[in-house]
Design a protein around this ligand. Structure first.
Ligand SMILES: Nc1ncnc2c1ncn2[C@@H]1O[C@H](COP(=O)(O)OP(=O)(O)OP(=O)(O)O)[C@@H](O)[C@H]1O
Ligand SMILES: [Mg+2]
Length: 213
């Protein structure tokens, strides 16, 4: 069986990742693509436990390097026990966040050395990477306003202040500049249906939108 495709959705708080993930699952499902939607941190029972340690509590609960180690522990479990088996079974996996979030949050915004994070990624994942990454770009003030209405209690990163979120936005744009063949930036200030249409167009262009193999 042909392996599935691995698509990741990235961007700051409230940029519309979860909304887009749901829209893509439905739209691709209508094209007879078998889609598996997942998220980070999380995606397996163990990784969801680690998620709680990361997203709840005060902003200074962890230093960024500790966060990066927790994230990669969770990510290893997620990749080995969930993502790789789904891809091997021919399903397309859509993950709401993946390793670019660590590069941007703990690296660009949090101050962990980029080479340290690249080494950690290589150690844990080797060359495993998404086939396509959609980066939702939005002014952080607008994103934080949107995210504030979510009300889940998972507000630890939201509470880090505007300067952090501005570095974060630039971090995601820098990733796209460094890896243009993997990453596509989408203007997340547009209405949800336009964001979805742009995402489907990028999937069509980069991966072929139908499961034709
Ligand atoms: N394109 C859009 N335009 C306006 N509002 C949007 C758009 N996309 C999502 N929203 C709304 O903004 C809020 C945040 O969206 P969503 O939860 O999808 O973002 P997210 O990137 O997953 O956020 P988080 O980083 O907090 O998980 C929701 O109330 C959602 O309905
Ligand atoms: Mg979300």
């Amino acid at each position: 069986m042909a392996p599935g495709r691995f698509i990741t959705l990235e961007g700051g708080e409230g940029t519309g990742k979860s909304t887009l993930a749901a829209g893509l699952e439905e739209a691709l499902g209508r094209r007879d693509v078998k889609v598996e939607r997942t998220r980070e941190p999380g995606g397996t029972p163990g990784a969801e436990e680690i998620r709680k340690l990361l997203v709840e509590g005060t902003a200074d609960r962890w230093q960024p390097i500790s966060e990066a180690l927790l994230l990669y522990a969770a990510r290893h479990d997620h990749v080995e026990r969930h993502i790789k088996p789904a891809l091997a079974a021919g399903r397309w996996v859509i993950s709401d966040r993946f390793f670019d979030s660590t590069t941007a949050y703990q690296g660009a915004a949090g101050g962990v050395d980029a080479q340290t994070l690249a080494t950690l990624r290589q150690l844990v994942l080797g060359d495993f990477a998404p086939d396509l990454t959609l980066i939702l770009d939005l002014d952080p003030e607008a994103g934080l306003t949107r995210a504030g209405s979510r009300g889940t209690g998972e507000a630890r990163f939201e509470s880090k202040g505007l300067a952090f979120h501005q570095r974060l936005r630039q971090g995601f744009l820098d990733i796209t500049k460094a890896e243009p063949e993997r990453c596509v930036v989408i203007d997340a200030g547009q209405p949800p249906e336009t964001v979805l249409a742009d995402a489907l167009a990028a999937i069509e262009t980069r991966l072929g939108g139908r499961n034709e193999r």
